[in-house]
Design a protein. Structure first.
Length: 73
C-alpha cells in the first residue's frame, strides 16, 4: 500500500534525506520518499501492518527532526 502524508516544520533537505534513509530500513517498508521542497512523504509498506509501521516511522522521524509533524489522516 502506498500512501502520501503532509509534513509540518521539516526544516532542511539534509534532515529529509536522513529521515528517508531511516524509514527505508524499517521492516515492512518497501519504499519511501521524503521531499523537503513539497513537505510531503510517500510510504510504500505492507498493507496488513501499515498502522504499526507508521508508528515506527513517526518515532524514527522524531529522532532526526523533533519538530517535524507527520499529518496522519
Amino acid at each position: 500500500m502506498k500512501k502520501k502524508f503532509n509534513l509540518q516544520d521539516l526544516d532542511c533537505a539534509n534532515c529529509a534525506a536522513k529521515m528517508e534513509e531511516a524509514i527505508k530500513k524499517i521492516d515492512g517498508v518497501n519504499d519511501a520518499s521524503v521531499s523537503f521542497m513539497t513537505q510531503k512523504m510517500t510510504i510504500d509498506a505492507d498493507d496488513a501492518r501499515f498502522d504499526a509501521i507508521m508508528d515506527e516511522v513517526v518515532k524514527v522521524c522524531k529522532k532526526v527532526e523533533p519538530d517535524c509533524v507527520i499529518l496522519r489522516k
